[in-house]
Design a binder for this molecule. Structure first.
Ligand code: ADP
Ligand code: MG
Ligand code: MG
Length: 494
């Protein structure tokens, strides 16, 4: 154990570099990612939706191939370089730039998009798409060690054999799910994760099943959760720079969720995970709920101690519950104990509810004016008055003086360096050794109705995540070669 922080030191038996690179790949990786013959893509070519935005902007591999196509055409080269330059420029948030970008896409989605679909670049896209849709089984992964334990099973560190990419695999034991009627919750978590593509929320890359488990393959977060960092590393609480960065990143994550009308509902230090570079992501979306645009829900959901007053009092609520949660989180990171509770104190439910609804929170000397002001604006009991709950949503939170030194554009582009980087040789959690394996519950049998649910759950690769993985691990650049003069080489046609 590390004497300073109590983290478990696994020394040299730690797993390979996180994004694996070529080092973590199987020696058979080229075979695993061999393009099918173009004639095998006929069905796909007929059924794929010919939507410019999806094919050429949203999907990372599609975007790359469309760009290669444009660059291969003298008349289109300039459009592409202009588009690139404008997107870089966009940081200025100028309306004119945005309009220009729209105009360019408008043009490219016309004739050029039609011609692209007749080119070998689009054929290649279909070939990648076929690889993306290959069935996913446990044989596609190497499994390393347990990272944590959840309600239905453990979370394991795993690695994709074909690319070397590291992920966290959250396993849900089928009989546990059935016994506790967790089907709807599991499916809800899967669907929400699949919909969200945010730098500040754990991403879903694959879903697959084994005989006993349903598996969610998620962004690997190897730096532990914030609860561990607040309480088990030195004095309780975190430095102001860390509080500021984590709060800003959670704020961005909440905004990405809210934009898709998803209310998270379970903000607390345990659910915020650190990656190896020291940035955080929101995780555990089991309680998140999708509402209609600007809509509200009812239901006492969340963890007592972090639930907003309007949630406790069984009213309808919207995103306000999450801004309250952010207030609780910033308070706890700063004070070194949860809001309305002394460290180690476990008040009765009633008492806790009473404090949340009526008590004014105390601020110790660790709170400078700007943090105190931010917390008290987020912890306003009346959701109508609370920061973040107005028409401008999270933008009002971002504009708070506490965040003056944060450049949100840079943060969203992943260009901000974190003030603290976890030591890659340490495992930031209490007792990994104590986590025992989940085994099936006796007396629960699985039948056809369960199969129906499994088939909704197990949909294989999530397109955007899969394409990012292929690009980030350099598999794209190594495999996507074309012959001289753009001819269809043996490599393309096999
Ligand atoms: P549950 O919904 O059952 O509570 P969680 O999603 O919270 O399950 O996962 C359980 C534990 O597994 C977490 O507390 C954390 O320690 C670990 N864990 C979960 N997701 C990841 C991840 N993406 N990377 C690393 N560890 C994770
Ligand atoms: Mg959890
Ligand atoms: Mg959960």
């Amino acid at each position: 154990r590390c004497l300073q922080c109590g983290a478990v030191n696994l020394g040299l038996i730690f797993f390979p570099p996180l994004n694996g690179g070529s080092r973590g790949r199987s020696s058979k990786w080229r075979e695993m990612l061999r393009f099918p013959h173009i004639s095998q893509c006929d069905e796909l070519a007929k059924s794929i939706e010919r939507d410019y935005y999806s094919l050429c902007v949203k999907q990372p591999i599609g975007k790359k191939l469309f760009k290669l196509f444009c660059e291969s055409r003298q008349d289109l080269q300039n459009y592409m370089s202009l588009l690139d330059a404008l997107i870089t420029f966009c940081a200025t948030e100028s309306v004119i730039v945005l309009l220009l970008i729209r105009e360019l896409h408008q043009y490219l989605s016309g004739e050029p998009f039609t011609q692209y679909q007749d080119s070998l670049y689009f054929d290649r896209f279909l070939q990648w798409k076929m690889l993306e849709r290959q069935p996913i089984t446990k044989h596609g992964f190497r499994q390393y060690r347990v990272l944590g334990k959840g309600g239905f099973g453990e979370v394991w560190a795993c690695q994709v054999k074909a690319t070397g990419m590291m992920y966290a695999c959250k396993k849900l034991e089928k009989t546990h799910v059935k016994r506790r009627r967790g089907e709807a919750m599991a499916l809800n978590e899967k669907k929400i994760l699949e919909e969200v593509d945010s730098r500040f929320v754990v991403n879903l890359a694959y879903t697959y099943e084994t005989k006993h488990f349903l598996c969610l393959v998620l962004t690997m977060m190897s730096g532990g959760d914030l609860k561990f960092h607040i309480y088990n590393v030195g004095e309780p609480g975190l430095d102001r720079d860390r509080v500021r960065l984590y709060a800003a990143e959670v704020c961005c994550g909440l905004m990405d969720l809210h934009e898709k009308s998803i209310i998270y509902r379970d903000l607390k230090p345990e659910n915020i995970l650190l990656d190896n570079s020291g940035h955080i992501r929101i995780s555990d979306l089991g309680l998140a709920v999708k509402v209609s645009k600007g809509g509200t829900v009812k239901g006492r959901v969340g963890t007592l101690g972090y639930m907003a007053p309007e949630v406790i009092s069984k009213k309808y609520y919207g995103t306000s519950a999450d801004w309250w949660g952010l207030g609780c989180l910033i308070y706890e990171m700063t004070a070194g104990h949860p809001v309305f509770r002394a460290q180690g104190e476990h008040p009765q439910h009633r008492e806790m509810e009473n404090r949340i609804q009526r008590k004014q929170e105390d601020y110790n000397k660790k709170f400078v004016k700007s943090v105190k002001d931010l917390c008290s604006s987020l912890l306003i009991k009346d959701p109508e008055q609370r920061l973040g709950c107005g028409d401008s949503g999270g933008n009002a939170v971002r504009s708070h003086p506490f965040f003056y030194t944060i450049n949100f554009r840079m943060l969203e582009a992943g260009l901000v360096e974190a003030p603290f980087q976890p030591d890659p040789r340490l495992v930031y959690c209490g007792d990994v050794q104590d986590i025992e394996e989940f085994s099936p519950v006796k007396g629960v049998s699985l039948d056809e109705r369960d199969e129906e649910f499994y088939s909704m759950f197990n949909t294989g690769s999530v397109p955007i995540s899969w394409q990012k993985e292929i690009i980030e691990t350099n598999c794209f650049s190594e495999l996507n070669v074309f012959g001289p003069m753009g001819s269809r080489t043996p490599d393309l046609d096999q």
